[in-house]
Design a protein around this ligand. Structure first.
Ligand SMILES: *[C@@H]1O[C@H](CO)[C@@H](O)[C@H](O)[C@H]1NC(C)=O
Ligand SMILES: *[C@@H]1O[C@H](CO)[C@@H](O)[C@H](O)[C@H]1NC(C)=O
Ligand SMILES: *[C@@H]1O[C@H](CO)[C@@H](O)[C@H](O)[C@H]1NC(C)=O
Ligand SMILES: *[C@@H]1O[C@H](CO)[C@@H](O)[C@H](O)[C@H]1NC(C)=O
Ligand SMILES: *[C@@H]1O[C@H](CO)[C@@H](O)[C@H](O)[C@H]1NC(C)=O
Length: 397
């Protein structure tokens, strides 16, 4: 606060003394103020109560009927669904990971009938830099946007009719090295041609300079162009959960050769909507009506990691993927997805099917790689390890 005031004062003084003869500089000053304004965290409309977390996050408890989703032109008459028509979903986690820890809970809870929304800075996901993407099978050497910034180490299934996907993944806090880089692990549920692909996505992500591991969701309705966003930053996702704030840090995270911590993510279709569960909690849904291709079923599901490489210092970023260690290091050392399943319609019954045959893909295997496991470690089902350190003697590109 003091910083903002000082800056305003400085700017005002500067304006008074300088404006009469250096018009150009007053514009610089004005731009500074403009930037500051964009950085101010705005209280959401419909806020009934505000809670500050110990980590500095601010949570607004917003009237569930006034949440951002209902500003979407196609959701003006939308009747909110409080739960899926039949629940087939979440992952019951063992013991300590049953509840996701949200720091702000120590300072209060959002009342029923509201949803917690984290105040996000408008420049938190800058447009044009650090844009996320989807890995394609056909471009072995580079990602679809042709500028080599998006690095992937993923597995996928393609070409079927999929009603959802789920997995359990361990959570890490990789080093994110440079401004504009990010590192994430997630599930993509997708349909449609590359250029206008529709996706619903969820996982954990680390941004620069924040560097915390946060749960995130994302969707796009037009191939990552203008329709879609992270979390509740634009109208789209309908949240129904009153306990869990999207974009909040996930704690604790796994440590190398030590205890592993996991989240279970499930995305599946019921009637027209794509529902999201984290552990066994229902978070909410993306209405099918905001999509063209995902209004129907998914045709491809992807699990794995992505790094945005800004190429700092003229070479590959040192931003890590997963644990920062290569997939072939295996359990306790590398990042993994386990119990990889998709949802099938088996004569009208919707069931999860273990994925039998995974297609693995890495944009630059010497920077980040994928290792599909062919054994069955205690209950891990179909699983794979992935990740890497980024720039190194192996990855000197
Ligand atoms: C919402 O309902 C009004 C009144 O029935 C109708 O005119 C409008 O087209 C509807 N909007 C949408 C997006 O369905
Ligand atoms: C929880 O533990 C039981 C017994 O060890 C195991 O069978 C089950 O798969 C575990 N569940 C998850 C979600 O890890
Ligand atoms: C990928 O890279 C390799 C080695 O640099 C090259 O031989 C191959 O032609 C490239 N493939 C494509 C599809 O560009
Ligand atoms: C599921 O499959 C049954 C028959 O196999 C079909 O009648 C039904 O329409 C399908 N449901 C959906 C939502 O596609
Ligand atoms: C899979 O099996 C092959 C052949 O037995 C072995 O060389 C490879 O290391 C195994 N990979 C994993 C991840 O277990």
């Amino acid at each position: 606060m003091a910083y903002v005031n000082n800056n305003k004062l400085e700017c005002l003084l500067f304006f008074l003394f300088a404006s009469s003869y250096v018009l150009g500089d007053t514009f610089v000053c004005g731009r500074k103020i403009e930037n500051m304004k964009n950085n101010v965290l705005v209280k959401r409309k419909g806020t009934i109560k505000t809670i500050e977390g110990e980590d500095g996050d601010i949570i607004d408890c917003v009237d569930i009927y006034q949440q951002p989703a209902f500003d979407h032109p196609l959701l003006k008459n939308h009747t909110i669904q409080m739960k899926p028509s039949s629940i087939s979903g979440g992952v019951k986690m063992n013991s300590s990971q049953a509840e996701l820890i949200q720091d702000w809970h120590k300072n209060g809870q959002c009342p029923k009938g509201t949803i917690p929304i984290r105040r996000e800075q408008q420049d938190e996901h800058p447009h044009g830099r650090g844009v996320k993407w989807i890995p394609r099978r056909t471009q072995l050497n580079q990602s679809i946007n042709n500028d080599n910034h998006n690095e992937f180490a993923t597995v996928d299934i393609e070409g079927g009719t999929f009603y959802g996907g789920r997995a359990i993944l361990n959570v890490w806090n990789p080093v994110v090295y440079s401004n504009g880089d990010f590192s994430l692990a997630q599930i993509w549920v997708t349909a449609g041609p590359d250029k206008e692909v529709n996706t619903v996505e969820a996982g954990w992500k680390v941004d620069y300079p924040d560097r915390k591991t946060r749960l995130f969701i994302f969707w796009t309705g037009d191939g990552y162009k203008s329709k879609g966003c992270y979390n509740l930053e634009c109208p789209g996702f309908v949240q129904i959960n009153h306990k869990f704030a999207l974009g909040s840090p996930i704690k604790p995270v796994s440590r190398y050769s030590a205890q592993q911590f996991e989240i279970g993510i499930t995305i599946y279709k019921r009637k027209r909507n794509w529902w999201l569960h984290v552990q066994d909690q229902i978070l909410g849904y993306w209405p099918g009506s905001i999509f063209h291709y995902l209004a129907s079923t998914a045709t491809r599901i992807v699990w794995g990691g992505e790094v945005y490489n800004t190429n700092p210092n003229g070479h590959h970023t040192r931003t890590q993927m997963g644990s920062g260690h290569f997939g072939n290091e295996g359990y306790g050392k590398a990042s993994y997805f386990r119990n990889i399943e998709y949802m099938d319609n088996y004569s009208g019954k919707f069931i999860y099917v273990q994925v039998r045959s995974l297609h693995a893909y890495a944009t630059r295997p010497f920077c980040y790689n994928v290792e599909v496991a062919n054994n069955t470690v205690g209950g891990f089902g179909t699983h794979f390890y992935f990740g890497g350190p980024g720039y190194s003697t192996l990855c000197a590109v």
